[in-house]
Design a protein around this ligand. Structure first.
Ligand SMILES: *Cc1c(COP(=O)(O)O)cnc(C)c1O
Length: 233
């Protein structure tokens, strides 16, 4: 069933790219496996998926230890500074950097492990009080500050759009993220590229792709509903 879901989503992505005049090869599908057991991740793996998204440090650490090593783990949830050290050498991309203090800690831990950390800046595009992320207005300054850190490369932007039944309601936000990425790119900041736009979830990933997403984070559409209590985590 998970394999069929994956194939269906890939087919939707292909069709949407074709209509939008984009190359489907530009789009990375990240399977958001938070709260799901390894047996289901294994199904996705057997269905060809190698990109997994998780939002909790402990869950990444546990799953990393017990799962195939030839997969990429994406940290997509809020990250506390004191936990950076546990995942710095386990994830391929930290999507959720929204402060200089967090970036500084990532820089310190990356240096210890002698690696370069790839990150995205998380933008709170709809200015929701309940969400993490830097405001649109403060993004450029944050990018400039972080660009001075030797062990970090900013690869792009990430956003979690509001939950909407009708994905069309989020189109304007995705467009704003794309515009922001173009503005930042024009500044030609050292160690900063805008190749990755991580936006779009089960409900709105196709609209996000139409507006320029290069990475979509799909959980429910692949693994089914999460239990309510777990979802709040
Ligand atoms: C849970 C989660 C997703 C996936 O949400 P679905 O609606 O299940 O596709 C994507 N991004 C982030 C940051 C999440 O926490």
């Amino acid at each position: 069933m998970i394999k069929e879901n994956l194939n269906q989503i890939k087919e939707q992505i292909r069709k949407t790219c074709e209509k939008a005049g984009r190359d489907a090869g530009e789009i990375t599908l990240v399977a958001v496996s938070k709260t799901k057991p390894l047996s289901l991740l294994k199904e996705a793996y057997d269905g060809g998926n190698r990109e997994f998204g998780e939002n909790k440090v402990q869950e990444i650490v546990d799953k990393y230890e017990h799962f195939s090593k030839d997969v990429h783990w994406h940290m997509i949830g809020h990250l506390q500074r004191n936990k950076v050290k546990y995942i710095i050498d386990k994830v391929c991309l930290i999507h959720s950097v929204d402060s200089f203090r967090l970036a500084e800690e990532i820089n310190i831990q990356a240096k210890k492990k002698n690696l370069i950390a790839d990150i995205l800046l998380e933008i709170n595009i709809a200015q929701e009080l309940s969400k993490f992320g830097v405001s649109r207005e403060d993004t450029l300054l944050l990018a400039e500050q972080i660009s001075g850190l030797s062990q970090i490369r900013i690869k792009g932007l990430m956003t979690v759009a509001p939950f909407e039944e009708n994905p069309e309601n989020n189109r304007k936000f995705f467009r704003q993220i794309k515009e922001l990425s173009v503005d930042i790119m024009k500044k030609n900041i050292d160690n900063v590229t805008m190749d990755v736009l991580s936006m779009g979830m089960t409900n709105d990933y196709l609209v996000a792709i139409e507006e320029g997403a290069t990475l979509v984070r799909v959980g429910t559409g692949i693994f089914g509903e999460r239990k309510y209590a777990m979802e709040r985590n």
